[in-house]
Design a protein around this ligand. Structure first.
Ligand SMILES: [Zn+2]
Length: 143
């Protein structure tokens, strides 16, 4: 299933949840639902969420190297730093539909949402969106 359908599944399940647990619409709610619906595929190098995160990390590493190195080696250092980050992430990336497609990852995601927002409802909606991804992929393992 691609990102569009995972996002649609997350919206559908969270819409159903809103009938039982009403919540105010907000940008934070939209972000939590979208992230929850897409986050499990961070282990798939062909997914949009993977490309977004790894691309952001590579840009940050390149920018850090560019700003830190002497002027004569800035550009080459930035390119090497960006490539090194991509290679490192590809090296440590778990197999697709591994631990990121588990109830353990769901619990971690919901706890991170709660820690960042201090909102039980946002954590519940994030966990529900995450669950919609597991449901759509047919993955129901604990860890
Ligand atoms: Zn998936």
């Amino acid at each position: 299933m691609n990102a569009f359908w995972h996002a649609a599944a997350a919206l559908l399940l969270c819409g159903a949840l809103s009938l039982a647990v009403p919540v105010e619409l907000s940008p934070q709610l939209a972000a939590v639902i979208l992230l929850g619906g897409l986050a499990p595929d961070v282990d798939n190098s062909k997914s949009n969420i993977f490309r977004l995160i790894v691309g952001s990390l590579a840009v940050c590493a390149g920018a850090l190297a560019y700003l830190s190195l002497p002027s004569e080696s800035r550009i080459l250092g930035a390119i090497i730093a960006a490539i090194a980050v991509v290679l490192f992430v590809l090296l440590i990336k778990p197999r697709h539909r591994g631990i990121t497609h588990s109830f353990l990852a769901l619990a971690v995601f919901a706890l991170v949402v709660f820690a960042l927002t201090r909102s039980e409802k946002l954590a519940l909606y994030g966990g529900t969106a995450f669950f919609s991804h597991l449901l759509a992929d047919g993955e129901f393992k604990l860890a």
